[in-house]
Ligand binder design. Structure first.
Ligand SMILES: Cc1cc2nc3c(=O)[nH]c(=O)nc-3n(C[C@H](O)[C@H](O)[C@H](O)COP(=O)(O)O)c2cc1C
Length: 171
């Protein structure tokens, strides 16, 4: 039984988490943009995706690769500004085919937003978003950025992967 991590992110935090999980578990890690990365070559998958505009950035790839992901996908980690909440679960639910979600554990990890790394159009969109955001804390983060990346938060994911790896050995 072989496992692998597939991730989708743009500004580095999802990749950082994928690499930390890889280091802790020995699983190989692939960016979904890499065409050589084929989920069908693995028995189980850990999928990691940033949240952009209330959706998983991995959603299109997940739909296109549904037949390869179905039956293999075990863990989904999302990376976002919003913390674990019903709202975040709704964003995840509308991004992924229900059949995939039903076979995966979802773990929400904190992301990072550095305004110096995004282009002027995105900065403008975030600024407008901050003006209409009814949540004062979220509005402040949209306007000034944030850093919620935390290496310790991968622990539940590492534990789940170790359990999968232990069941491989005993099978
Ligand atoms: C254009 C843009 C839109 C975003 N939209 C959301 C959002 O709707 N909800 C949220 O919780 N976080 C949102 N974020 C925050 C990202 O989820 C966070 O920056 C994450 O760490 C990005 O992952 P990456 O560094 O792997 O690209 C947004 C960030 C950007 C740049």
């Amino acid at each position: 039984m072989k496992g692998a991590i597939f991730f989708s992110g743009k500004y580095g935090s999802t990749e950082q988490y994928a690499n930390w999980i890889s280091k802790a578990t020995g699983l190989p890690v692939f960016d979904i943009k890499d065409d050589r990365a084929d989920p069908a070559g693995y028995d189980y998958l850990v999928l990691g995706s940033s949240i952009i505009y209330m959706k998983l950035s991995m959603r299109k790839w997940a739909k296109e690769n549904l037949s390869k992901l179905n039956g293999r996908s075990k863990i989904l980690f999302s990376v976002s500004g919003a913390g674990p909440s019903d709202k975040l679960e709704r964003w995840v639910a509308k991004s992924f085919p229900p059949v995939l979600l039903s076979q995966m554990e979802h773990v929400a990890l904190g992301g990072k937003l550095d305004h110096s790394k995004v282009n002027w159009l995105i900065r403008l969109i975030l600024w407008i978003g901050s003006l209409i955001n009814p949540d004062p804390a979220a509005s402040k983060e949209e306007r000034y950025g944030f850093d919620h990346v935390d290496k310790n938060s991968i622990e539940p994911i590492v534990k789940m992967i170790h359990e999968l790896q232990a069941s491989e050995v005993s099978a």
